[in-house]
Design a protein around this ligand. Structure first.
Ligand code: S3P
Length: 440
């Protein structure tokens, strides 16, 4: 279904954003490994996370949602996952595919996984390589693509592995395999990526250590096998999802929104730092730490003229999913915004760099795209808009260009609303509740 976003004159109020996607996946996976009960509040009930729940059930965990909105897991116990009787369909979810590959590889089980037209194009070699070193036998399609069959290690070997790409998914896959391996598994990351796996493993009672190395990298170590302990997990709102209303509010004169209980882990909050650098009025109120994760109420006041900035490449991993919506802010700012070190955007749910560039150009925005860079030339005025954007099964492209439609002179449409449900069910209702005009 097509959806059109019209110019928004006022944008105000408070809204609870759905739960963090990364944390929701991890809570279900770890809960599915514990023999005692795990109770999860605030779980994101988006399609991607439901794929993880389904896969964990297929491997023996009991997972269900109560009428009280809480999710309860009774897991199998460490080392006791069973081979699923059917192919695991990961839908659009790269996080499910890569993290579960790690869990399967560390268990003496066999599973085949596949995905939708977007996921089957995404690279899996990045997990196949380390998991093979740990003793798994993995057969994938040409180029290391799904569908793939993983024959888990009989006794997984602990390895030391330096990540060739900055990827929290690859780091997490190795740590999850390491949970059931013999000895100390070490992942070395040159650039810090989101550390939700480390935090949540600790929350479930696992021992995970982090050491700063002399070359500036970090070594993350887990000693296996380790039994996890069931616990209560409160999932905060997703900072990546919150970025859509936050950017809209920053660009609309007189806007004031409050987004309570959002995860603001510094390894996720790069978009807010960048928007502040651009001159946006964004405050983190009532900051606190809950279950090892930093949480705050985000308050955004609109109307400041944003200025173009150079985004430091070192900040890229902490806002890797937010470049589409940053590009919309950049298109409205005064002066060029230069973004570099974006090679990973080419292998997200779509070739996101190209999709951003194509979408901006269709909306009349001047830009230059390189192999791994993008410069957006805003002139401090709302872009023309008036385009139909192809979303290519990419939820973040879909939502970003609906935000563009709120600001642009002419309405902006997206050709397919369905990808939004992977990460942000209720997006349109929430945005319209704050004052947006998004409709079929
Ligand atoms: C995620 C890590 C990131 C991010 C994805 C979720 C995670 O992917 O883009 O949306 O939950 O670990 P990469 O690890 O490929 O950078």
């Amino acid at each position: 279904m097509k959806l059109t976003s019209h110019k928004t004159r006022s944008f105000s109020g408070a809204a609870r954003i759905p739960g963090d996607k990364s944390m929701s996946h991890r809570a279900l996976m770890l809960g599915g490994l514990c023999r005692e009960e795990t109770i999860i509040s605030g779980l994101l009930e988006g399609e991607d996370v439901l794929r993880t729940a389904e896969a964990m059930r297929a491997m023996g965990a009991k997972i269900g949602r109560g009428d009280d909105g809480l999710w309860r897991c009774f897991g199998t116990g460490m080392g006791r996952l069973k081979s699923p009787s059917h192919i695991l369909d990961m839908g659009n979810s790269g996080t499910s595919a890569r993290l579960l590959s790690g869990l399967i590889a560390g268990h003496n089980i066999t599973a085949t996984m596949t995905g939708d037209a977007s996921l089957v194009k995404r690279p899996m070699k990045r997990v196949i390589e380390p998991l093979t070193l740990m003793g798994a036998c993995i057969e994938a399609q040409e180029g290391g693509r799904l569908p793939m069959t993983i024959v888990g290690a009989e006794k997984a070997k602990a390895i030391e592995y330096r990540l060739p790409v900055a990827s929290a998914q690859v780091k997490s896959a190795i740590l999850l395999a390491g949970l059931n391996a013999r000895g100390v598994t070490t992942v070395i990351e040159n650039k810090p990526t989101r550390d939700h796996s480390e935090n949540m493993l600790r929350h479930f009672g696992a021992k995970v250590t982090v050491e700063d190395l002399p070359d500036g990298a970090q070594a993350i170590r887990i000693d296996g096998p380790q039994e996890l302990m069931g616990c209560a997990v409160d999932v905060p709102a997703d900072p990546s999802s919150a970025a859509f209303p936050a950017v809209a509010a920053a660009l609309i004169a007189g806007a004031e929104i409050r987004l309570p209980h959002v995860g603001v882990n510094p390894r996720r909050a790069g978009i807010y730092e960048t928007l502040r650098d651009m001159g946006a009025d964004i405050a983190f109120k009532n900051e606190r730490v809950e279950a090892g994760e930093r949480v705050a109420d985000i308050v955004v006041r609109g109307g400041n003229m944003l200025r173009g900035v150079d985004v430091p490449p070192a900040r890229v991993p902490s806002m890797i999913d937010e470049f589409p919506v940053l590009a919309v802010a950049a298109a409205c700012a005064r002066g060029p915004t230069r973004m570099t070190g974006l090679a990973e955007l080419r292998v997200k749910e779509s070739d996101r760099l190209k999709m951003i560039a194509d979408g901006l150009a269709a909306c009349g925005v001047r830009l230059e795209m390189g192999d791994d860079s993008l410069t957006v030339h805003g002139d401090g005025r709302p872009p023309r808009g008036g385009a139909l954007i192809h979303t290519a099964l990419d939820h973040r492209i879909a939502m970003s260009f609906l935000v563009m439609g709120m600001i642009a002179e002419e309405p902006v449409s997206i050709d397919d609303v369905s990808p939004i449900n992977t990460s942000f069910p209720g997006f349109t209702v929430l945005m319209n509740g704050l004052g947006a005009d998004i409709r079929p």
